[in-house]
Design a protein around this ligand. Structure first.
Ligand code: GLN
Length: 222
């Protein structure tokens, strides 16, 4: 179920968990649709009060510089930083990966991020000749079937810190998917390819955390 203020769309029999999708800019609707189809209750996150009840958060692709400015202007950056520091599961795709990286290269002047993931990420890392492309990626954590990955002016993970683990690399060795506990980041966009395995992988982390009673959401019962 997707809830936008008092408007609800999507599956009415969603049983949770409650997953926020940062909905300030970018392709948040695609993520909301996939998460809804997988049985999550989806909350579009735009204001500080939207952050309180969520068990996990997806940050979509889009433009990280704009997302950064809007998240500060709308007052959601600080509450999100606090929840991430407390262990909120987060999945960031493309611009979303940039938002949760601890260290950014080729950021614009004054660009801030939420941080949490112990990686160094370079924005727009594929250069003007190769900004957008698709490729099949081996992702052992998701099984034998490769993931068809769509890159759109994507970042790469230039260095993976001690706390993080690579999940997938390009044939040249550049890391394009990582995880660190309940944080997951991909340079590409599974939400537009119809392969829901990354979202399932993330939702399993959210569900495990809710079961363990670690979520600060008071509303996870159906
Ligand atoms: N280049 C964008 C940025 O810096 C990311 C592109 C995307 O999310 N598709 O935020």
């Amino acid at each position: 179920m997707v809830t936008l203020r008092d408007e609800s769309v999507g599956s009415a029999d969603a049983t949770g968990p409650t997953v926020g999708v940062l909905a300030l800019q970018g392709d948040f609707r695609e993520h909301a649709r996939v998460l809804g189809e997988l049985g999550a209750r989806v909350v579009l996150v735009r204001r500080p009060e939207d952050v309180e009840g969520i068990d996990g958060l997806v940050i979509p692709g889009g433009e990280s510089t704009v997302m950064d400015k809007l998240s500060r202007a709308f007052g959601v950056a600080e509450p999100l930083r606090r929840r991430i520091a407390e262990g909120l599961p987060v999945y960031g795709t493309c611009a979303g990966l940039i938002m949760i990286a601890d260290t950014l290269l080729d950021a614009i002047d004054g660009q801030q991020n939420l941080g949490g993931l112990d990686v160094v990420v370079r924005r727009n890392a594929f250069g003007s000749q190769n900004q957008s492309f698709e490729t099949d990626l081996e992702v052992p954590a998701l099984g034998d079937e490769p993931v068809r990955a769509v890159f759109i002016r994507g970042p790469v993970v230039e260095s993976v810190g001690e706390r993080a683990t690579p999940l997938a690399s390009l044939p040249d060795g550049r890391v394009v998917a990582v995880e660190q506990g309940d944080l997951v980041g991909t340079s590409f966009h599974p939400e537009i390819q119809g392969d829901v395995r990354f979202h399932e992988y993330f939702l399993a982390k959210v569900r495990a955390r809710v079961r363990a009673g670690d979520s600060s959401s008071p509303s996870t019962a159906a």
